[in-house]
Design a protein around this ligand. Structure first.
Ligand code: ZN
Length: 483
């Protein structure tokens, strides 16, 4: 009989849109996530963790596949030939449980592969259908009913009731059609705790819990907001900020409105933190060892540092720098801050390594264990982040989009913006805000980055072919591969 302590558990907590510099661990003046801050002090903080894409689709494709977004067939949907680390875990007898409510991360986009349980809060199919058929609610009464429910679900005090309703599968599918954000932090935490209470731990376990509260629309409960501001926001003011200002910043933004948006955003992280503490407490009580917790974000959020709000379409550091913490319950690494450059493609290899599973050669990331154990990593010393854009916004259809791409190496960062036909070179030590383009002053460094870029772009087609060959050799048909 297997005992609890013999089975390893990994919990990957991803908080959508969480900016590094809004956390005290990274120097923020406010402590918006006090519970998370005290939990992560028991482990390792990675001070320079970089997302490989500036929005959910590109970033998560690299987290799950440990391959850069442009390579091996692109990233949205995640192509079949991009093997994900949950698939590998599953093949190695690790039970995989996932819960999320981001429309970019569903079964529709191939993220369910490898999961034994995959709980989706929002379904892209449904959302697409709704967008296409805006007239589907012809019946006036049902339109009003949906409108009222939609408003109620956007209020956090409605949480308890919505959580109860969401637990009923047949109702959940109805509810997610009108509740844009799907699951709240409270719902996700409760689901994970309930799952863990009922799991018999006869197999090692991987849990992925994704939180959407910090993502637009920021509507924190007042009690979380009032920790940072005395200002009361009427529902009209919130509507104005979140719909008019947020989506048309060039027309509406000013200092006061920007501060309001940041207060609302911070309030959402505080609300998330209020719920995460329940999970942290549960884990520490239930597991005395072998429980490995990773906390990160897929990307940050722009607050008009470069004349945009939101995320996607740009590769500045307000989007690419992400928090990354690793805590192993029962194992005391001396609390540590790692300065070395790491990237989100490293998460999959680290998790495989923890379970003593071989890391495939085609994974581009590296296990972070050597860094946690004061050794160094042998790897290329630069990080690539990439996606597609059109009119300054993320675009899913590659053939209609333009490349937006960056390379970071030591104190230098290079950006290639295909749509604007512009390139940039920044010295991040002297100019962390990425304002002064140094291309003309540093032709040698610029040339070096261009060569890395050109080589990488040439690899796109080649890597697609290579991945097919590798998989064919291994005898696995990834077109039909299912768990
Ligand atoms: Zn995201």
């Amino acid at each position: 009989m297997t005992t609890i302590s013999n089975q390893k558990i990994v919990i990957l907590i991803t908080i959508d849109c969480l900016r590094t510099d809004h956390l005290k661990s990274y120097g923020y003046s406010r402590n918006i996530a006090p519970n998370q801050e005290s939990f992560v002090k028991k482990g390792v903080t990675f001070l320079n963790a970089i997302a490989n894409g500036p929005e959910t689709a590109s970033s998560f494709s690299s987290i799950f596949s440990s391959v850069l977004p442009y390579l091996n067939g692109g990233f949205s949907p995640l192509p079949n030939q991009k093997l994900t680390f949950p698939q590998i875990l599953n093949e190695n007898n690790v039970y995989c449980y996932g819960i999320h409510s981001n429309p970019n991360l569903g079964k529709f986009f191939n993220y369910h592969r490898g999961f034994n349980d995959f709980i989706e809060g929002i379904n892209f199919n449904v959302q697409l259908g709704l967008e296409k058929n805006k007239h589907h609610l012809r019946n006036f009464r049902s339109r009003i009913f949906n409108e009222i429910l939609s408003k109620l679900f956007n209020l956090k005090f409605f949480d308890k009731i919505s959580n109860k309703l969401m637990n009923l599968d047949f109702l959940r599918n109805k509810i997610i059609q009108i509740n844009r954000m799907g699951f709240t932090a409270s719902f996700v935490v409760k689901k994970v705790i309930n799952f863990l209470k009922n799991y018999n731990l006869s197999r090692p376990l991987f849990i992925w819990a994704h939180f959407m509260d910090v993502h637009w629309p920021y509507k924190p409960p007042s009690k979380n907001l009032f920790k940072f501001t005395n200002k009361y926001f009427s529902s009209q003011e919130k509507e104005f900020l979140l719909n008019k200002v947020f989506w048309n910043p060039k027309d509406y933004i000013n200092t006061e409105r920007l501060i309001d948006l940041i207060d609302l955003y911070d309030g959402e992280m505080n609300y998330t933190d209020d719920n995460l503490v329940k999970l942290f407490k549960f884990l520490e009580k239930r597991f005395k060892k072998n429980c490995f917790v990773i906390i990160t974000s897929d990307h940050g959020e722009g607050f008009y540092e470069h004349q945009f709000l939101n995320h996607g379409g740009y590769v500045y550091d307000e989007l690419l720098k992400v928090p990354l913490f690793i805590v192993e319950i029962g194992r005391n690494y001396a609390p540590k801050k790692v300065k070395e450059l790491v990237q989100l493609i490293d998460i999959g290899p680290t998790i495989l390594d923890y379970f003593n599973i071989d890391i495939p050669d085609f994974f581009q990331g590296k296990s972070l264990f050597p860094l946690m154990e004061d050794k160094s990593l042998i790897r290329k010393k630069y990080v690539i982040s990439e996606s597609y854009r059109k009119n300054g916004r993320f675009i899913r259809e590659i053939e209609k989009g333009f490349k937006i791409f960056s390379i970071r190496k030591q104190n230098w960062k290079y950006i290639f913006n295909e749509e604007e036909k512009k390139e940039y070179l920044f010295d991040l030590t002297e100019d962390p805000d990425e304002k002064v383009n140094l291309i003309e002053k540093n032709p040698g460094i610029f040339k070096e980055f261009r060569e890395i870029k050109n080589k990488h772009f040439q690899e796109i087609t080649k890597s697609d072919e290579m991945s097919k060959i590798t998989h064919a050799i291994k005898g696995i048909d990834y077109k039909t591969f299912k768990i």
